[in-house]
Design a protein around this ligand. Structure first.
Ligand SMILES: [Zn+2]
Ligand SMILES: [Zn+2]
Length: 193
C-alpha cells in the first residue's frame, strides 16, 4: 500500500510503498478514507517529540474496517469508524477506573506492523500511522460511526481528536472544546463538556 513516509526532520514526506501486516489478536485493519493533519503530527514531523525514522504519522482518520484480528468483538468488516491514537488495554488500573486515555500498557510503535519493502521497520507514528491507505490499530482505537452518511467524508476524520480531547478534559475539569467541524456547513459547534 502507499503511505506518506517521514525519513528525516525537514524533509518532505515521501509517498511510497510500505508493507502493512494483517491485524493480530485484538487489532483491526481500517481502510483510510480521510485523515486530518493535527498539530501533534506536525510536532513529530518537526522533531519536537522523539520518534524513530522512518515513520508514518496521522492519527485522526475515518474509514471502514476491512479485517479483524482474533478475539475482536462488537465490530465487523464494513463498519464505518473513526480512528484515534488512544489505545486502551482494558486491564490496567487507569483503564479499569474510567481513564482509558491514561492506559499504562506498553506499546512498541516499531513492532514490525509497518515496514519498507526492504524490511526496514517503520514507526507507527502516534500509535496509528493513518497517513496511509490503511492502518492496523488496536480495536480500542476505533469507534463506530452511525449513521456515517450524515457526516461528510471530508470532515469526519478530525472529529476523532476533539472527541477524546473532550473525554480527557471532562475527567479533569470543565472546559470548552472548539471542534474543527464547527461552522456554517458543519454540524457540531463548540460545546462545553
Ligand atoms: Zn490530533
Ligand atoms: Zn490499559
Amino acid at each position: 500500500m502507499l503511505a506518506a513516509v517521514c525519513h528525516a526532520t525537514g524533509e518532505a514526506l515521501r509517498i511510497e510503498e510500505v508493507r502493512l501486516r494483517p491485524p493480530g489478536p485484538g487489532e483491526v485493519q481500517v481502510e483510510v478514507h480521510s485523515v486530518a493533519i493535527c498539530h501533534s503530527d506536525i510536532g513529530y514531523l518537526d522533531g519536537i517529540w522523539a520518534s524513530q525514522r522512518p515513520a508514518v504519522y496521522g492519527h485522526e482518520a475515518a474509514g471502514r474496517i476491512t479485517a479483524l484480528g482474533a478475539g475482536v468483538t462488537g465490530l465487523a468488516p464494513g463498519d464505518a469508524v473513526v480512528v484515534t491514537m488512544i489505545r486502551s488495554c482494558g486491564q490496567c488500573r487507569p483503564c479499569r477506573t474510567g481513564k482509558p486515555f491514561l492506559c499504562a500498557a506498553p506499546h512498541d510503535r516499531c513492532d514490525g506492523r509497518l515496514s519498507l519493502p526492504d524490511g526496514t521497520p517503520v514507526e507507527q507514528g502516534l500509535s496509528t500511522a493513518a497517513f496511509a491507505e490503511s492502518c492496523v490499530v488496536h480495536a480500542s482505537q476505533v469507534a463506530r460511526v452511525d449513521p456515517v452518511e450524515q457526516l461528510m467524508t471530508s470532515t469526519r476524520s478530525p472529529s476523532s481528536c476533539p472527541i477524546f480531547t473532550a473525554s480527557m478534559a471532562s475527567a479533569i475539569q470543565s472546559c470548552t472544546v472548539a471542534s474543527p467541524m464547527a461552522g456554517p456547513e458543519r454540524p457540531w459547534p463548540a460545546r462545553r463538556v
